[in-house]
Design a protein around this ligand. Sequence first.
Ligand SMILES: [Zn+2]
Length: 130
Amino acid sequence: MADLLKSLVLMLIVSVSVSLFVSQWDINFWVTFLFVTILQIVGWKVFTYYSQLGIIKKAQEIEEEAVKNIGKQEIAVPCASCGHENVQLVELNGVNTFLCEACDVKNAIYINIETAAMTVPADEIREAKR
Ligand SMILES: [Zn+2]
């Protein structure tokens, strides 16, 4: 409420000042006052519209970035040249390369997927036989 009052007072001050200034050249005070007031309201509406558009666009960009990062996993991988551990984001469905922080050598990350047969713990087998 205080903010609204402050904006209103500021708007009136601007309108009065401009109208007083322009009235030096025999231009009607109230016509200028009305014109400047409307201009400020319209200008403010346009400004808030475009700043909201900017906020929405920014939010969409953040969301897109988040979606892109969902398929990535951060892991520490050693440099093939010097062995320095580099923390990298790895994508399962993409080509993964990085420049070593320590020696600047370009590395490729190869993902090797292994499978293993799962065994059942002995005490679970005993439980099942009962
Ligand atoms: Zn290195």
